[in-house]
Design a protein around this ligand. Structure first.
Ligand code: ADA
Length: 572
């Protein structure tokens, strides 16, 4: 399944995934080092016998039938891909978590061979993939599509809902690409009963333009967590009385605005009852089937949560589709976790972050569930060099999207067991929302409210003063099935995790200054093997469910707290 709804009625599109391909581990020059075997795509090679910890190259192969100009769309290959059609190199892409394309012109009619050489090694060429507190898998981890293109086609369409006095306008920007010389035509846009037509000028082969228009939609049902109303937004390219290409997106009518220390969703201050979630399952690696994504959402809803933070990378868009449909607010972030200044000085770091940011916004712009963009989790925001990166990337995002607030999760503060808290972050002026990761009662013991109060006071001494604040991580570890006497304070027991989360959340959600919390984390996740020393079982065990989604004692404790609170805070 490519998406949860159909994105083309005019452009011929088929799926090359959801089926078996041939796979073999191989060398950098595509020489197989074992026999080819059938594998399901999407998937991770770590789920295959003998490859649980394989870091290297792998070759995926299948045939397809096509003719003319085709576009192959890869939604995610982990982490570096080289694509070959009939032995000819047609695309190179780095980053596991964003999509890319290969366009092949004048393909003769018949059967063709598609090969994807995948690399999941940790090298300086891949600045964002390093041994980390989650696993970097190998493989074609997200769906693959095959599309037929005409002389001109629609690459992306971005829709921004705007509300004045209860009446909605949808601002559209549509990218039209000419594959060959295009004599001109018209772009027809339609959403929620409103429509318009805009002239598209003649374009030379290779030319790309953005066509803008506004649709007077009027009064619609707004999108909100409790009423996730969605509308299809259709763009069609017409020429000589016929539709020659189209792109169907889905939108929700909602506005997100920061006002003082509140985050307003359609004018109401939201209360974030969130979870950080990695794409991870022992049976599937990071290539979760859509049924598993839905199961996660069902558990999140059962827990009373209303938000997910996509730690630490852009997510599979089918998960975002499901969040749109079920009213889950999403903090989506770019790909980076815990990089220190030395890592950020890798010459590949900035260009690779920029590409990730651009691809994330190009493809995920229309999801109404995404209410905030995040960057660079726990990177070097306490250093001058780090600051230049944070500034450049936030400016990049702001230029691409003015309709959502921006943030980053920092942990750059010092303290002595929760006392004498000193904020070391020098980037507090840059985001719209200040977000801090804290682990009182886990990495150190203290009175959580007192610690939070000190932290908040520190932020008020910086240019972050008066901004909304989120606790972007809070949590404690427990190994599923490990028990201790209640109140014994024994870390790693389910009892201690439940007690710690109760106390942490009571302090965070009880604070009048904080807009909400993201629990670290939804489920236990496998970590890179280099992280074994601080991670029993080589897992980050702070999930409220284990890796198989079995609830720990903390599940009931969180559910009680989260379900008692509404989606909005009327008092601040
Ligand atoms: C950090 C980090 C997470 C995870 C967490 C932990 O805050 O952002 O990825 O590593 O700590 O479990 O300690």
């Amino acid at each position: 399944m490519l998406r949860t709804f159909q994105t083309h009625c005019v452009r011929p599109q088929s799926e090359l995934s959801d089926c078996l391909w041939q796979f073999a581990p191989c060398t950098a020059d595509k020489t197989p080092t074992a026999a080819f075997a059938p594998v399901f795509v999407p998937g991770c090679w770590e789920t295959l016998p003998g490859l649980r910890s394989y870091r290297g190259f792998g070759l995926y192969r299948r045939s397809f039938t096509a003719e003319g100009t085709v576009r192959l769309v890869f939604k995610g290959v982990s982490h570096t891909a080289d694509v070959y059609v009939d032995g000819v190199h047609v695309a190179h892409h780095y980053n596991a978590y964003t999509a890319f394309e290969a366009i092949i012109e004048d393909l003769p009619q018949g059967e063709h061979t598609l090969e994807v050489l995948v690399d999941n090694r940790f090298t300086p060429d891949s600045a964002l993939h390093l041994p980390n507190d989650y696993m970097t898998y190998g493989g074609i981890i997200r769906p693959v599509a095959l599309e037929q293109l005409g002389a001109a086609w629609l690459r992306w369409a971005h829709y921004t809902p705007r509300c004045t006095g209860g009446v909605w306008t949808l601002d559209a920007a549509v990218c039209v690409c000419a594959q060959r010389d295009f004599a001109g035509g018209a772009l027809r846009l339609e959403c929620a009963g409103a429509g318009c037509e805009v002239t598209v000028p003649a374009l030379r082969a290779g030319q790309e333009i953005t066509v803008s228009a506004s649709l007077a939609v009027g009064v619609t049902k707004p999108w909100a967590p409790e009423t996730p109303e969605l509308y299809l937004a259709q763009a069609q390219l017409w020429q000589n009385g016929a539709a020659v290409d189209d792109l169907i997106e889905r939108v929700g009518f909602r506005q997100v605005v920061v006002s003082g220390k509140r985050i307003l969703l359609n004018g109401r201050a939201v209360r974030i009852k969130g979870f950080c979630r990695h794409e991870e399952h022992p049976h599937f690696g990071c290539a979760l089937p859509v049924q598993m994504m839905q199961q996660d959402i069902a558990q999140l809803r059962d827990l009373g949560a209303n938000s997910v933070r996509t730690v630490h990378y852009p997510n599979d868009e089918r998960f975002l589709d499901l969040c749109d449909e079920q009213g889950i607010l999403v903090w989506e972030e770019n790909h980076a976790r815990g990089l220190v200044e030395k890592d950020m000085r890798n010459p590949n770091f900035e260009p690779q972050c920029e590409a990730c940011n651009a691809e994330m916004l190009r493809d995920h712009y229309n999801h109404p569930s995404i209410y905030i963009w995040g960057i660079l989790n726990e990177c070097a925001s306490e250093t001058e060099y780090g600051r230049t990166c944070y500034k450049a990337q936030l400016e990049q995002l702001r230029a691409l999207d003015q309709s959502r607030p921006l943030t980053f999760a920092t942990c750059r503060f010092a303290h002595n067991d929760g006392q004498n808290v000193k904020l070391q972050d020098i980037c507090m002026d840059l985001p719209d929302v200040v977000s801090i990761n804290i682990y009182p009662l886990w990495y150190f013991d203290c009175d959580v409210s007192d610690f939070l109060g000190q932290l908040y006071a520190e932020v008020q001494r910086t240019a972050g003063a008066g901004k909304p604040m989120l606790i972007s991580e809070v949590g404690a570890g427990a190994i599923y099935g490990c028990h201790a006497e209640p109140g014994s304070g024994e870390k790693w027991s389910e009892e201690y995790q439940a007690e710690a989360l109760e106390r942490q959340l009571a302090a965070v959600l009880g604070s009048a200054d904080i807009s909400g919390a993201y629990i670290w984390q939804f489920c236990d996740v496998r970590v890179s093997r280099e992280w074994f020393a601080s991670r029993p079982r080589s897992f980050n065990n702070k999930g409220v469910v284990d890796e198989y989604r079995r609830p720990k004692l903390a599940y009931a404790a969180v559910k009680k707290l989260y379900t008692a609170l509404g989606n909005y805070r009327d008092r601040y």
